[in-house]
Design a protein around this ligand. Structure first.
Ligand code: FAD
Ligand code: UDP
Length: 387
């Protein structure tokens, strides 16, 4: 073998593991990705109008982890960007997360004043609460507000996004988006909110630029790697492989679905170009209740691009995941609930039977990692696997 470590997948999980193994441990690392490009779901590129677009959905870096940011910081210049989202509710555009401005916009003045006075009184010292907490509030007026937010912000959006009623999902899914008890209209409240100046693909080019790292694109690891869980061995291209293998693809696929397929949700991204300077007031507008799409992203506003008379937007249509389909075969999201996590645990246990094989990342761990969580998990794993 011309490499000591094999990494499957070139998103943040794979690329960070590769860089750590190459740089900190001097290993020769081979990365395989079945896509024709690096950067996984963070991939961005200029479209035919010269506008940098995110091909797999809008990606905004935000974190409270100094460790995650300081690891990737040297691989790009950065600019400060705080994400703001509006949602179309009852024909009005209001801040999401739902905040005091949303209350002012949707309720009569007297009612709004009463709600804004009660919220901090009932939740003292809190900057935000979950919608579940609000629905369960002992104060009847606040509980009613909770049901309003649930019905108009979460219920239909979640049904569209996941293709399943909200009750069938882990509560952590909708609780990612809080109700904010102030006029703070930022989508994320994290301490670090920075965007790579030249985009994520350029950042990945620098991350992967190391003499010990080689990348093979358009290369499906399943065609090269075979596993024997009984014997606890791996083979690469028919020869025994005793090095480190970090796998960041779907865990069920790796083991030929022996316990059955894990459920995923896919998306259909529809890009549109408009000969106008601005399409919508902010970079992302959510449509919880209208249309079959969940949100529209205007990329220029996400990435501080200046261009007059030209803008590109993207509609996100959630759809069923169809394994092997060219159209619907991208497993964007794990569908998180107890049953599916238990199924994933069986695949994770299989991986443990093979010394040297490690699962890592949003797909392999069947998790809802943001980029920072994927980076942190990769750092921890890569720094623990070399014996
Ligand atoms: P991925 O980026 O999915 O990389 C896995 C790679 O493995 C893929 O490139 C795939 O082609 C490859 N692969 C799979 N199987 C094989 C195989 N058999 N052989 C070879 N290669 C294989 N996070 C944020 O922090 N902020 C955001 O704003 C944000 N927005 C998001 C929006 C959307 C629509 C989605 C879906 C996710 C978003 N995320 C966001 C999460 C972010 O995308 C993940 O944290 C990140 O993708 C995790 O990186 P990863 O390397 O684990 O997975
Ligand atoms: N959500 C919602 N309405 C919104 C925004 C989010 O119902 O306007 C729910 C939905 O279930 C979504 C989850 O909250 O899947 C998490 O939203 P987030 O924006 O964190 O999802 P991401 O796009 O980052 O995956």
């Amino acid at each position: 073998m011309e490499f000591d470590a094999l990494v499957v997948g070139c998103g943040f999980s794979g690329a960070v593991c590769a860089r750590v193994l190459a740089e900190e441990y001097g290993l020769r690392v081979r990365i395989l990705d079945k896509r024709s490009h690096i950067a996984g779901n963070m991939y961005d590129e200029k479209d035919e109008h010269g506008i940098l677009v995110h091909r797999y959905g809008p990606h905004i870096f935000h974190t409270n982890s100094e460790e995650a940011f300081s690891y990737i910081k040297p691989f790009s210049d950065w600019f400060f960007y705080e994400h703001r989202v509006l949602g179309r509710i009852r024909d009005k555009l209001v801040p999401i997360p739902f905040n005091f401005k949303s209350i002012d916009t949707l309720f009569p003045a007297e009612k709004a004043e009463s709600l804004k006075a009660k919220l901090p009184a009932v939740f003292p010292g809190r900057e935000k609460v979950t919608v579940s907490e609000l629905v369960a509030a002992s104060d009847a007026e606040l509980a009613e507000l909770g049901r309003f937010v649930f019905d108009y912000v979460f219920k239909n959006y979640t049904a569209k996004q996941w293709g399943t009623p909200v009750e069938t999902l882990d509560s952590g899914v909708i609780n990612r988006v809080p109700v904010v008890l102030s006029y703070d209209d930022r989508y994320f409240q994290d301490a670090i909110q920075m965007t790579p100046k030249d985009g994520f693909t350029a950042l990945f080019e620098n991350l992967l630029d190391h003499p010990n790292i080689s990348v093979a694109l358009g290369c499906d690891a399943k065609l090269h790697l075979s596993l024997d869980t009984e014997a606890g061995t791996m083979q690469f291209d028919g020869r025994p492989f005793e090095g480190i293998c970090i796998y960041t693809g779907p865990a069920d696929e790796l083991f030929d679905f022996v316990y059955g397929p894990l459920p995923y949700r896919s998306l259909h991204m529809v890009f549109e170009h408009h000969d106008k300077t601005s399409f919508q007031p902010v970079s992302v507008v959510n449509y919880p209740n209208d249309g079959d799409f969940t949100r529209i992203t205007e990329f220029k506003k996400l990435t501080a691009q200046k261009k007059t008379g030209s803008t590109t937007v993207m509609y996100e249509y959630p759809r069923a995941y169809v394994r092997g389909s060219a159209e619907a075969g991208i497993p964007y999201y794990a569908i998180l609930n107890q049953k599916n996590r238990e199924l994933h645990a069986k695949y994770a246990a299989l991986a443990e039977k093979i010394p040297g094989l490690h699962l890592c990342g949003r797909l392999a761990d069947y998790a809802y990692y943001n980029m920072d969580a994927a980076i942190l998990a990769a750092l921890r794993l890569a720094r623990s696997v070399v014996k």
